[in-house]
Design a protein around this ligand. Structure first.
Ligand code: MG
Length: 158
């Protein structure tokens, strides 16, 4: 059986924070605000994977008031989610994600994001797609106030 899941997340930009997307630190004047490293892309992917297996959401597994996760690299969430879905007998077929942000431009970092995500999940890189778009100046994202990410995941019974 093949199943699909969907994930969405958004974080606000804040000064004095590193910008981490897809497990990769991206040179930028500011980063995203959050309890963990605020990797909005990995959070959306975790929710897509959990959703595909009907295993709740990232907040139910990794509460944002848990001190263990303060400034934690979100790759630990992704690896944990991978273990959870494997324990239910699923393997990941593929992932597709879109990051929405006005700046900085992240296209040059996408190959390393794909490799990092695939590595954390033990997948071939061609099973992981990451795309980027701007919000065309519209709304809060368009004003550069934050960064959002959408992801879909397909999993199958091992
Ligand atoms: Mg988040």
């Amino acid at each position: 059986m093949t199943r699909i899941g969907f994930g969405y997340d958004i974080h606000a930009f804040a000064p004095g924070r590193a910008l981490i997307l897809g497990g990769v630190e991206i040179p930028a004047e500011r980063g995203l605000l959050g309890h963990s490293d605020a990797d909005v892309l990995l959070h959306a992917i975790c929710d897509a994977l959990l959703g595909a297996a009907a295993l709740g959401d990232i907040g139910s597994h990794f509460p944002d008031d848990d001190e263990r996760f303060r400034d934690a690299p979100s790759t630990i969430f992704l690896k944990d989610v991978s273990r959870l879905i494997q324990a239910r007998g699923y393997t990941v077929v593929n992932l597709d994600a879109t990051v929405v942000l006005e700046s900085p431009r992240i296209a040059a970092h996408v190959p390393r994001m794909r490799e990092t995500i695939a590595g954390a999940l033990g997948l071939e890189t061609d099973r992981v797609s990451v795309k980027a778009t701007t919000h065309e100046g519209l709304g809060a994202l368009g004003r550069g106030e934050g960064c959002a990410a959408y992801a879909v995941a397909s999993i199958q019974s091992a």
